[in-house]
Write a protein that binds this ligand. Sequence first.
Ligand SMILES: [Cu+2]
Length: 199
Amino acid sequence: MTGILRALSATLVVTVGVVVPNASAQAVDDAVVQFGPPHPQPAPPLLHRLIPDEVTIHKGGTVLFVVNGGGHRVLIYPVSEHTTRADIEEDLCQGGVTVCNPANGTQNLRYLITDGKGDLIIDTETNVQQPFITYLPGQLEAAGGPLTLTGSTAAGAAGHTVRYRFEKTGRYLVICGTRVHSLNDWMFGFVNVVGTEAQ
Ligand SMILES: [Cu+2]
């Protein structure tokens, strides 16, 4: 790891550490997450982000994922309670866009994504076995599949939305099933579901 990456990771750990203890205070019944930034969209890797990348809802509430831009798939997996962004990022391609990009084929490699406890959440295998990420154990939701979701366009056309209702408390990883987006550019976020019932 370079010094810059180490500093970045440290910052991310601190940021998440601040957010999680306050999670219940910020809980809403139903949250909205932009799956891909609204237009005008930035260049990679920021093109492939969830905004916000962490939301907290009451048990039984929903998250609506609004798909912006092209090529997305929505996957949801439960993770351990204290899983941080850094816990996930460290299992994805390292080195930023100059290393992790389609021309270098880094999205085609096998990645083992583990949570804060070290449990395996996603085995991406290679792009031969999984042209898009389909790892089934633990999977709660998979939207897209062989075809990608249609996102909103810069010209103003609306795209697909995906709504998921979280019935159990816990922490959940929401990640793009498109290998270039998640494995190269770290397109993922978290949903926290707290114990008070949604209205
Ligand atoms: Cu995506």
